[in-house]
Design a protein around this ligand. Structure first.
Ligand code: UDP
Length: 299
């Protein structure tokens, strides 16, 4: 017999489209609810993904973002406390801020500006981690915290604002690729299927496996390298342009995943080039630019 599961997510028009193919399944239900207000689902496992995660999205409503993370975490933990459910929190590599150590291990406390434009997300997620660990210690709630590093793949919104969707959409439409700053900042990009596999393994792991645990792909690329890869794979003639650097933009980001490997037997399987190939094909279909996409080098 399967587990009953509830997955709390940031619900937007794009998400509704993404879920439409599941509407035939009688055991699948969508409930629209603001996680800042209490709720009660009698289930075995709860995944809490409820928060905007793209910098332009969370900076458009900073107070709402902070409160969604803090009150949402408290409400989800109260739900788990009342029902005995296991609750899995999607935390983030942003808890490390602009890290002074690389790769980032779970034991690193981070370097976060508490009053900058990213703080609503970073400190919201950090406070949520605090609540998770305090509910675990104080009330024995079955909690698990994963720290997600940059993740991408099909079904992202074309206007999501994050770097892979921006560059691919810009390249497919023949627009300039916008690099914020000098492009020497690094990120490590995880394909969505790998990330989901990590979350499922964490959710069914031993109750003692509470994290925090990094989930991400350790392959590290500069933003400039990413732009060049996207240009070559799409065959686009777009140019690269530089825009003002984002405030408090982390200079380097790369997960140490030895804990996930040891405790979950997990590591990512999809290399950036292969994942980009799939993401480009998705955006190509979505934007109807097929004559341009994949005209570049074969993968
Ligand atoms: N970035 C960029 N151009 C864009 C979007 C993002 O140069 O059009 C940079 C951004 O400044 C950051 C990196 O790409 O250094 C990753 O940004 P993203 O918003 O995808 O995620 P973050 O890791 O900052 O949350």
């Amino acid at each position: 017999m399967g587990h009953s599961v509830v997955c709390l997510d940031n619900f937007s028009t794009g998400r509704r489209e993404n879920l439409s193919h599941l509407s035939e399944i009688s055991r699948f239900h969508i409930v629209e609810h603001d996680v800042r207000k209490p709720f009660l689902f009698d289930v075995d496992v709860i995944f809490n993904f409820a928060s905007p995660a793209s910098p332009p999205d969370y900076q458009a409503d900073p107070v709402g973002t902070l409160m969604t993370n803090v009150l949402g975490a408290m409400n989800v933990l109260e739900n788990a406390r009342a029902t005995g459910a296991t609750v899995v929190q999607s935390s983030t590599s942003e808890v490390y801020g602009d890290p002074l150590h690389s790769p980032q291990r779970e034991s690193y406390f981070g370097n976060v500006n508490p009053i900058g434009p990213r703080a609503c997300y970073d400190e919201g997620k950090r406070s949520a981690e605090t609540l998770f660990f305090d509910y675990h210690r104080t009330y024995g709630v079955k909690t698990k915290v994963a720290r997600i590093f940059n993740t991408y793949g099909p079904r992202m919104r074309p206007d999501d604002g994050r770097v892979i969707s921006n560059f691919v959409v810009q390249a497919l439409l023949g627009k300039d690729l916008t690099i914020y700053g000098d492009g020497q900042q690094t990120r490590s990009f995880c394909y969505v299927d790998d990330l989901i596999e990590g979350f499922i393994r964490l959710s069914i792991s031993d109750d003692k496996c509470i994290g925090p645990i990094n989930l991400g792909n350790p392959g590290e690329f500069t933003v400039l390298e990413l732009a060049e890869m996207v240009l070559s794979m799409t065959g686009s003639r777009s140019s690269i342009v530089h825009r003002a650097a984002a405030v408090d933009d982390p200079r380097q980001r790369r997960p140490d995943i030895s804990q996930a490997m040891a405790e979950l037997g997990w590591e990512p399987k999809v290399a950036l080039r292969e994942g980009l190939h799939r993401a480009i094909a998705y955006f190509d279909r979505r934007l109807g630019t097929s004559d341009l996409a994949m005209a570049g080098e074969a993968v």
